[in-house]
Design a protein around this ligand. Structure first.
Ligand code: ZN
Length: 278
């Protein structure tokens, strides 16, 4: 009787578990999270070149692999400040939390094996601290910039939102990195925008290969108009040009699609979590 009740309880317990986290996936899944919108800080040069939609999307992604999970980027406003009716902070508007979107598919921060930020900027790293328990995948020069030996006189804007990553279990990268060791998920080193900026190649069975841009590009026009580099002032322009050429060659070689994370027009057409790409 006791055994029977126990097994019934076990069955009930299993039924109530959120599906995704408990299912061992057989192939890679890519979930897209809506992390809000960002107004352009300087729309004039964009408008001059015919870019009439200057607002930007903010995205984060969860990759679920048979051997673990990877969160790519971490939003623009920390979840604690996000109200259901929407929160505006400077140029950003957010109305859905990252942790809420993870929970809806059965994940909590403790379930995230790896955290990788495309780069440290505030619009990609706002929930960094929430994932300090994951293993952080970061390029050596990016970490050195984020946590310099001698703290800068003026601290990096919003650095308190990711400061706990300093003590995270960390894998320091010196270039490209095959996250799960099977070639399916590869961090592509694309410095320039920041010292250790990175992009992500995700090989999906049905969808095909996709490269998540980080901020290598902000608008598709940056690819078409070769002389149009409205963000080159933010980092090392020469390095960024080399990184763009590297990714363009990779896209060609793999027949991969480029997903520009800030491209709000493309973002509107993406399937959002709880749907996924596989
Ligand atoms: Zn950005």
């Amino acid at each position: 009787m006791l055994m029977k009740r126990r097994s019934m309880l076990a069955a009930l317990f299993l039924l109530t578990l959120p599906l995704a986290a408990q299912q061992k996936v057989k192939s890679v899944r890519l979930y897209v999270f809506d992390c809000g919108k960002l107004k352009s800080g300087n729309p004039a040069p964009l408008l001059e070149r015919g870019i009439t939609t200057t607002d930007m999307s903010v995205e984060a992604f969860l990759i679920v692999h048979p051997r673990g999970t990877l969160l790519w980027d971490a939003g623009v406003i920390p979840d604690e400040l996000v109200k259901p009716e929407g929160t505006v902070e400077a140029r950003a508007t957010v109305s859905t939390t990252l942790k809420g979107q993870l929970a809806a598919i059965g994940y909590k921060p403790a379930d995230i094996t790896y955290l990788a930020l495309s780069h440290n900027h505030y619009d990609h790293s706002a929930n960094g601290n929430a994932f300090a328990g994951s293993t952080w995948l970061v390029q050596r020069p990016e970490r050195a910039f984020m946590f310099p030996d001698t703290p800068p006189a003026t601290p990096i804007n919003q650095s308190a939102r990711w400061s706990e990553l300093r003590n995270s279990k960390t894998i320091i990268l010196d270039g490209d990195y095959d996250v799960f060791g099977d070639g399916s998920i590869v961090i592509v080193s694309t410095p320039g925008h920041t010292p250790g900026h990175q992009s992500l190649l995700v090989n999906l069975k049905k969808t095909g290969p996709v490269v998540l841009s980080g901020d290598l590009y902000h608008y598709p026009a940056e690819r078409e108009l070769k002389d149009f580099t409205p963000f080159s002032n933010l980092g090392d322009a020469a390095q960024e040009t080399v990184s763009k050429a590297k990714v363009e060659a990779l896209l060609k070689q793999k027949h991969a699609k480029l997903w520009i994370q800030h491209d709000i027009v493309a973002d509107a057409k993406l399937r959002k979590s709880p749907g996924y790409y596989d």
